[in-house]
Ligand binder design. Sequence first.
Ligand code: UDP
Ligand code: MG
Length: 247
Amino acid sequence: MSEKIPNDVSGNLKKNYPVSLTVFFPCYNEQDNLETTIKNALETLQNINADYEIIIVNDGSSDNTTDIADNLARENPRIKVIHHHENLGYGAALQSGFKNAEKNLVFYTDGDGQFDINELPPLLTLIKKFDIVSCYRINRQDSLIRKINGFLWTKLVCLLFRMKIKDIDCAFKLYKTEIFDNIKLSSSGALIDAEILARAVKKGYKVTQKPVHHFPRTAGSQTGAKLKVILKAFIELFKLYRKIKKE
Ligand code: UDP
Ligand code: MG
């Protein structure tokens, strides 16, 4: 007699997927990018033999992102949405994504189309031997001044937290989800990437790095170069350095 294979909630035969993966996107006012971002993600994920979920973190958008995200989730049970009722910042958006990730691996990239999710599959091979795959932009599509600031920021963070990371803020990273059960995050702003890596490296998690392509923003507006965002990152950096030193 053949063994009975149970069905999952969608009525499909349950498979033993080799990969269990949460993919999430922080989104603040991405009404003109979100649908394409999710369409591309679904195309890539359907080609991977994975048990996956997609999370849209709507960080208090004031445009149509809220409705678009809700509609996408209504159409596909693999998509869920976390709404922040006000704009809490990039770090808070990332924290929500990690907190709500239910699969064994968690990947995030921006919701604005500046990265190509087709570059995700090779990271899934690398994570078998490491705990974190942290990518670096090989052709960063930003102004010269932002590129210089980004370079100096990465150097400063690496010096303070004794790490060797090529591009701290590159929004194309894959983590083992268990890491987030073992570190406590506090940054709500742009320092979040540095905080995660600093805390994870201190706990002994192993990082590998891989180049990725970067594309210009074609719709919506960037927030990463705003003076308010940069000042908040420096204030959070100063506090984090003191906190980690005490710990
Ligand atoms: N974002 C967010 N909350 C914010 C600011 C940005 O969730 O307070 C999202 C934004 O929608 C985008 C990603 O974070 O998907 C990166 O933001 P942005 O493109 O403005 O930064 P940059 O690429 O200029 O560094
Ligand atoms: Mg961007």
